[in-house]
Design a protein around this ligand. Structure first.
Ligand SMILES: [Zn+2]
Ligand SMILES: [Zn+2]
Ligand SMILES: [Zn+2]
Length: 426
């Protein structure tokens, strides 16, 4: 069925789609936990940054005083590579904010506070990169093969890794020259060679830490001075995109980045479809039906007129507290629906809106995180909704879609990038 988008204002989405790259000003590739002692060239974040520079036209940004990895840009003398270096995250912000038509990438995160400064802006995407410890250790050893540096044992490597990942304490004694400062939480910054930092760089970090109060209510910067809350694990879990770099070669990684469409502008600012689909997913969290979490958003001219989720009617014991014997009996999906006391998300949204708000409404779109069942489909047709957007499949999609087609209802399946891990079938 062709999407008839007359009823929907796509001007924003269209402009967005065309100018995709322009909306992504900074990709902030934080951290793998690879040791940066040697300016590791194969750390995941370097590869992702290189990918963005080489194939997506991003400009690399560095923070002065942090170990600056030349990476492969140095070997790639034929390519025109522009790199910028700034003294602080604030300076980075000052520079990039008016240059919204250019894309930038940095891997230099001096502290969670710096990260927050950038991350709270609507044009910054935080990419977290990690890889299994064993793989990272083998990469680390491979790097050191031609070097005179003494190699860490696996146990030492794991100790340091754990201290970076889970606490902000200094690495175990006896291990030096290792960058435990992926997030700048320790007292010093190491240079490329693992030398002690210059006094100036250390002073700058100290100054930054003092002058910047910890922002409140951020998933990245918790309102706490507890070092255990500010570890790398916590920051990684707040990233907008998480990448597990288990790829054996650079090409494999690059193909993966292509495949997940890393620079998809929806990751920065969602289209209307994504926006309302995410809201319907959010509504589904209120569902109390034992069978499935479903959420529905009814929209007119891109404004919400009703929301719904599935569960027992008002005043009846919630399904998940035993309210519906059918749902609590382990009855297979789609069986004995006539004995079910639960109201579906779509029904609840339609009931809340009432026919008056939907009738003759060309701009009405029903968003549901699951394809409507046949029972709901009948009601959607009857009320007069003209466009239905769903994400996940259900057990009777064919019947539903056949009915919608006959009723001239435009249907499209839309799964936002951030929900793409969902399994699409019942
Ligand atoms: Zn139920
Ligand atoms: Zn039920
Ligand atoms: Zn239904």
């Amino acid at each position: 069925m062709e999407a008839n988008e007359v009823a929907i204002d796509y001007s924003t989405a269209d402009a967005f789609g065309r100018n995709l790259a322009q909306f992504i000003k900074v990709y902030f590739a934080i951290i793998d936990t690879v040791m940066k002692t040697k300016g590791s060239k194969s750390s995941g974040k370097e590869e992702v940054a290189n990918y963005l520079v080489r194939y997506r036209g991003f400009t690399r940004i560095h923070l002065a005083g942090l170990s600056k990895t030349k990476a492969d840009t140095a070997n790639n003398s034929s390519a025109e590579v522009t790199e910028l270096t700034f003294k602080s995250a604030k300076k980075i912000l000052e520079y990039i904010t008016p240059r919204w038509r250019t894309n930038y990438v940095t891997t230099d995160v001096a502290s969670p506070i710096d990260l927050y400064l950038l991350w709270k802006r609507p044009f910054v995407l935080v990419v977290g990169i990690d890889a299994p410890t064993g793989i990272r250790y083998r990469r680390y050893c491979a790097k050191l093969e031609a070097s005179v540096e003494q190699q860490l044992s696996l146990e030492q490597f794991v100790d340091i890794d754990d201290s970076v990942m889970y606490t902000c304490e200094s690495p175990p004694t006896g291990v030096r020259n290792v960058d435990n400062l992926s997030l700048g939480m320790a007292a010093a910054i190491l240079t490329d060679n693992g030398e002690d930092p210059s006094a100036a760089a250390a002073a700058e970090v100290a100054l930054r830490a003092e002058s910047e109060p910890q922002p409140l209510l951020s998933p990245i910067i918790p309102n706490t001075s507890d070092a255990h809350e500010l570890n790398l694990k916590r920051v990684l879990s707040s990233a907008n995109v998480s990448i597990a770099n288990t790829f054996p070669t650079r090409e494999d990684l690059y193909q993966y980045l292509d495949r997940i469409d890393l620079t998809n502008g929806e990751r920065i600012r969602p289209s209307w479809d994504t926006y309302f689909m995410l809201l319907s997913e959010l509504a589904s969290h209120r569902a109390n039906c034992m069978k499935r979490k479903v959420g529905c958003i009814l929209v007119k001219d891109n404004q919400i007129i009703a929301t719904g989720y599935n569960g027992t009617p008002k005043g009846i014991t919630n399904c998940n507290e035993g309210g519906c014997p059918r749902c609590n009996d382990g009855t297979p999906c789609g069986v004995s629906l006539d004995h079910c006391l639960c109201i579906h998300a779509e029904e609840n949204a339609l009931l809340e809106a009432g026919r008056g708000r939907v009738r003759n409404a060309e701009g009405v779109v029903l968003y549901c995180n699951t394809c409507p069942c046949l029972g709901c489909a009948k009601k959607i047709v009857q009320v007069g909704v003209k466009v239905v957007v769903y994400s996940k499949g259900y057990g009777m999609d064919k019947l539903t879609l056949k009915l919608f087609k006959e009723a001239n209802i435009v249907v499209r399946q839309h799964t936002p990038p951030t929900l793409s891990m969902e399994i699409g079938s019942p």
